[in-house]
Design a protein around this ligand. Structure first.
Ligand SMILES: *Cc1c(COP(=O)(O)O)cnc(C)c1O
Length: 398
């Protein structure tokens, strides 16, 4: 034996905090008990039990995506794997791709398209703004685009592309397949895949759906399925080949061993959404996000994005000069056991309003922790005014 001594490690009990932190950042988000329990099970990945689970996952996904597509599937991997699956199957070397870029995640789609040989043209949207349909149309008019990529919500800087319906309509008009990332928004706000003309819709587990990270969902429209069935270039990615994945998701045959525990977890997350129904779920998310935003402003803090292009599912807060966002987060997690997010490089804080995060008890605790931690970090805030506004908005929205 060349390495006879095993490493010295501690048990998870010594690593994890005594009390789990309340996950109020930009994802992953808290998961319901039913989801956690389902995630602890292992079953055969093929066979009658799994087939029933898969059929239900597809049926529930169709409701959540608002589609009748026959090509809904799970992906073993992060939401980025589902993004890559959409791109790798629909973009061939030389395909002209219009990528609407608002920030990190939308640029990731552009990067993925370039890596598979797409001829990518980026439309860089000015900071803090939604993409405007006129700008999109001006680009599309230059001609020849086969794929358009866009995010519904840009989690990295909390911008919402509120004209998504119009953008997708334009994409269709100019002959594009519309690839839409709804990772942080799906099931928190309106999304109608068929009605809006979305050709590949992507979501992850750990955000709006309140499931675990690492198992994602994707749906292809009939148009995009027809395009990928006719593609000339070979698919470089074996795991992400949609036609191979279809073997498992539509024919109950082996592709790779499905992440059974994660799919069971997703089943439960989707079932809870169906129980709640989408309209009630949208109302709950809107009420909680508006109340939280109101509370933050009433406390004397500024929101990062003007209301016209502000994403409700992740709320960005400008950290006052002289206050360190890292210090605020440190106090929140150490003292209040609440975890929120910073940002990649900017002095801002982000609080998620996705799935289980949008519960009144969670936003009260989070706003209180934020206010106290701001004070501890040297910021001036009116905490009682913030808490009162949170309560007032919630009460006014029933
Ligand atoms: C989180 C996120 C992703 C990436 O998800 P991973 O699971 O980390 O790959 C992509 N797009 C958006 C909009 C997101 O919020």
């Amino acid at each position: 034996m060349k390495y006879p001594v095993p490493p010295t490690v501690v048990s998870l009990d010594d690593i994890l905090p005594d009390e789990p932190l309340l996950m109020m950042g930009a994802g992953p988000v808290p998961i319901p008990h039913k989801v956690a329990y389902a995630n602890s099970l292992v079953i055969n990945h093929l066979g009658d039990t799994m087939n029933r689970v898969v059929e239900q996952v597809k049926a529930m996904s169709r409701y959540v995506f608002q589609t009748e597509s026959g090509h809904v599937m799970g992906v073993a991997g992060p939401a980025s794997a589902a993004m890559e699956m959409a791109i790798a199957n629909l973009v061939e070397p030389g395909t002209k791709v219009l990528s609407i870029c608002n920030g990190l995640f939308s640029r990731r789609l552009a990067e993925m398209a370039a890596r598979v040989g797409g001829e990518v043209v980026r439309l860089d949207v000015p900071e803090k703004q939604s993409a405007r349909p006129e700008m999109v149309e001006a680009m599309l008019k230059t001609g020849g685009f086969g794929v358009l990529t866009v995010v519904q919500g840009e989690t990295s800087n909390t911008v919402w592309n509120r004209d998504l319906i119009e953008i997708c309509r334009l994409g269709k008009q100019y002959g594009c397949l519309n690839v839409v990332d709804a990772v942080c928004t799906l099931s928190t706000m309106e999304m109608e895949m068929d009605e809006w003309g979305v050709d590949a819709l992507i979501t992850g587990g750990q955000k709006g759906l309140s499931s675990i990270p690492g198992v994602s969902l994707i749906a292809f429209s009939e148009d995009s399925w027809a395009r990928l069935e006719k593609r000339n270039a070979p698919m470089a990615h074996w795991c992400l080949d949609a036609r191979l994945a279809d073997q498992f998701w539509n024919k109950h045959a082996y592709h790779y061993t499905a992440p059974v525990s994660g799919i069971l977890a997703l089943h439960e997350a989707l079932r809870l959404i169906c129980d709640e129904t989408l309209p009630s779920r949208f109302r709950r998310h809107a009420a909680c996000s508006m109340a939280l935003q109101g509370g933050i402003e009433a406390m004397g803090l500024d929101l990062l994005i003007p209301s016209a292009s502000r994403l409700p599912s992740v709320v960005g807060i400008t950290v006052p000069d002289g206050v360190s966002a890292d210090k605020v987060r440190h106090v929140m997690s150490q003292v209040h056991k609440v975890e929120i997010s910073g940002a990649f490089g900017l002095n801002i804080l982000r609080i998620g309003q996705m799935g289980e995060q949008s519960r009144t008890h969670n936003i009260f605790r989070t706003l209180h922790a934020l206010g106290t931690a701001m004070r501890a970090a040297g910021g001036k805030v009116d905490l009682p005014a913030g808490m009162a506004e949170l309560e007032r908005v919630l009460a006014s929205r029933g």
